[in-house]
Design a protein around this ligand. Structure first.
Ligand code: NAD
Ligand code: TDX
Length: 340
């Protein structure tokens, strides 16, 4: 079944006060002013209402609440014609030290949303990650595609894999109109300081040496969050129901190369970082083949100059110190306790 030309009028964006969700809400508000957006967000440590500040109140409304709260979903889902599900516990390192909230939000929360979407026949788009496919060897030319086997490594990626399976089960068994996208590592504004790129930028700004895990050879496939938003919009409005699309921008780079680039762009010596304890079970390499999305829906990324994107991201953190500073000390205290 195809949903060619689906035109949402009222989107429920779960996790819309987090990094990728807020960038998507801003993208829709800017490009589709006729679409109303309800953001449902629990405002965990990773959610910040300031991420959607400045958007027209007539277009974007925030409901503070938990996706696991079925009675709340009963109140807000019926008014919507699409759910774009970003809300999650999203940080691998946290999942290693305390998996429980990951199972609750990512698995149980997704199930509650699926039940409500089914009951009120609401179009559902599930935001997932390439990490569900595990990792690739550093010297392997292969990339992940829609047929790659599920092989998650961390409690986080296992919980996201479980949520993908639930979406497929609800589609096949109950006829839910759903799509799934699995994206590679995002970067850009509003990303929490616990994540690799913002952590290093903000540490350097505070005069603290940035920290590289293990050998630094691990490879991530970077995409600017703006390109992720445009891909999600295309899949939501023109994707085929029941299908999965991988999103990536051919941005493979080793962590040490990214670290050196950040240091150079910030005027520091490229070796001015510390090696720290590796992440247990650390995935070696992610790489996405996004041919299906590009050929079927004609999507392509536009922010493909990684160095220019990184420079702009550094400029954003420099200009928005008040946004990240309150979270920095507690984040670093948590890392210190973990030896990282
Ligand atoms: P984030 O941690 O920055 O934001 C998550 C948001 O969800 C926060 O606003 C938080 O308050 C909210 N939230 C958490 N639990 C909730 C609950 N129970 N009820 C309601 N709201 C809740 O995460 P992110 O990096 O923006 O990731 C968003 C989505 O994209 C996640 O599903 C993640 O798995 C996926 N993803 C992320 C990346 C990446 O590089 N960051 C890549 C691919 C996929
Ligand atoms: O200080 C650090 N030093 C370091 O070397 C941190 C925080 C990370 N790293 C490494 C670990 C990873 O190889 O950098 C790489 C990126 O780390 P994260 O930013 O934690 O991202 P990752 O674990 O790759 O997962 C991200 O991409 C996929 C998102 O956090 C997930 O939500 C998404 O699913």
């Amino acid at each position: 079944m195809s949903e060619q030309g689906f035109k949402p009028k009222h989107i429920l964006a779960t996790g819309g006060c987090g990094f990728i969700g807020a960038n998507f809400v801003r993208y829709v508000a800017r490009n589709h002013p006729d679409v109303h957006i309800t953001v449902l967000d629990k405002l965990t440590y990773a959610g910040n209402p300031a991420n959607i500040d400045g958007l027209p109140q007539s277009q974007v409304e925030l409901v503070i609440g938990d996706i696991c709260d079925a009675s709340l979903l009963e109140r807000i889902v019926p008014g919507c014609d699409a759910i774009v599900h970003f809300a999650a516990e999203s940080h691998n390192d946290n999942s290693i030290f305390d998996p429980e909230p990951f199972i609750r939000t990512n698995v149980e929360g997704t199930m509650r949303l699926l039940e409500a979407a089914c009951k009120y026949d609401v179009r559902f788009h599930h935001i997932s990650t390439d990490e569900v496919y595990g990792d690739l060897a550093l010297d392997d030319p292969a990339r992940f595609d829609e047929n790659s086997p599920y092989r998650p490594s961390s409690p986080y990626s296992a919980s996201k894999a479980a949520s993908d399976h639930l979406v497929r089960a609800w589609t096949r068994t109950y006829g839910l109109r759903a799509t799934i996208s699995n994206c590679s590592n995002n970067y850009g504004p509003y990303q929490h300081v616990e994540k690799f790129i913002p952590r290093q930028i903000t540490s350097i700004m505070e005069g603290v040496r940035p920290k590289l895990y293990g050998t630094g050879e691990n490879v991530r496939d970077w995409i600017h969050t703006e390109d992720h938003s445009s891909a999600v919009w295309e899949i939501l409005t023109r994707g085929r129901i029941g299908e999965t699309y991988l999103i990536g921008a051919d941005g493979e780079m080793s962590n040490i190369a990214v670290m050196r680039m950040i240091l150079r762009l910030m005027g520091c010596a490229e070796d001015a970082f510390d090696w720290v304890r590796d992440r247990p079970g650390h995935d070696r390499r992610y790489a996405i083949d996004s041919s299906k999305l590009r050929t079927e829906l004609g999507w392509k990324p536009v922010r493909t100059d990684f160095e220019a994107g990184l420079q702009a991201t550094i400029a954003w953190y420099v200009a928005n110190r008040a946004w990240w500073e309150p979270a920095k000390a507690a984040t670093e205290a948590r890392y210190r306790a973990q030896g990282q």
